[in-house]
Write a protein that binds this ligand. Sequence first.
Ligand SMILES: Nc1nc2c(ncn2[C@@H]2O[C@H](COP(=O)(O)OP(=O)(O)OP(=O)(O)O)[C@@H](O)[C@H]2O)c(=O)[nH]1
Length: 358
Amino acid sequence: MTDHQPVELVVLCGFLGSGKTTLLSEFLRQTQLRDTAVIVNEAGEIGIDGVLVAEDQEALDLRMLANGCVCCSLRSSLVTTVADLLDAPRPVGAPALRRVILETSGLSRPGPILASLADPELSSRGLRVSVISTLDAQSGGLRTEQFEDAAAQLAAAQKIVLTKIDLVDDATLAERVRQAQAINPLAEILFGRERAALVDAAFAPANENTLPIAEVAAANLSYSGSGFEHHRIHVLCGEAAPGISWENLSWWLDDLAGLAGEKLLRVKALVTVTDCEEPILIQGVGTTYGMPRRMLTQKNRPDVIIVITRDLSAAEISEHFAQSAVKLYPMAGVASSRLGHSSQISLSSRSFYASNDL
Ligand SMILES: Nc1nc2c(ncn2[C@@H]2O[C@H](COP(=O)(O)OP(=O)(O)OP(=O)(O)O)[C@@H](O)[C@H]2O)c(=O)[nH]1
């Protein structure tokens, strides 16, 4: 019988030394490995991380992409490696391949990686791609010299996993959670002190059926005004012109990517356009947009547009787009007044957040 369940491709990001290999090794030690393959990318020639991941894991299908970065020089090798894994005959008695985990080098940006995975060679095979980013709770990982790469990784993530929690007190941990939320209010932040549960939650498939995009973002920004907003990260929400067509919306998305370039970190939008009865879900990481999806069960939902940028404010974007089909506003200013009380969830009640799809 043919197995049609899509393979999950988990892109594991996080700044140098933030705990990616440790998290992955722990997951592999505590899980049924036979449905999982791993690709490790290391910028250097000697694959230390690969050795660490493979330790005690004889059954693991492990591929190395060494001596280059998967978001720049090794993009075609990534496509070939993933295609090989999907095509490889399964060992006798082994279950179907369910999951491929790509551990990226600490300097990789997720946008170009996702763009590579949109290659026609792979796009017909129904991969479900998600991004996890680790954040070092001890150092915070947002120092100036690493800020741009770290911000791109954190803003792309569906899940941000705080690591080295054992080394910090509760007050520091709470501050790290707020920092992570300020950079990506759409992400599920995992920060439980029970390590095995944290590791499991990190790699559990995201729930695709819930769509509280704006509510989640607003809840995560409900501390706004308490000084936790990051001065270089802008979380914006947008309003599309009434009666917008798909063509106008896609022009706007392209213009935004063209204007912002590397400063565009994330787009998530659910918009009803004149050409289609159901709202369209658009996801962007960096300047790469995924395939738009018609959300058949979400008819009559109000539009939601959320954009995360670095060093680029709503006012600066508006200066370039005077007659824009979408107007952007800083989210912190409008979140509570537009989205109501239901979104004001306190931090303490959310140690493992209800799953949001992105
Ligand atoms: N105490 C503690 N140490 C940790 C934790 N996670 C990682 N470390 C340590 O932090 C160091 C770096 O961890 P790695 O898992 O190698 O980090 P990485 O992100 O894979 O590093 P690169 O491959 O260099 O990007 C190692 O010495 C780990 O033992 C944690 O949760 N707690």
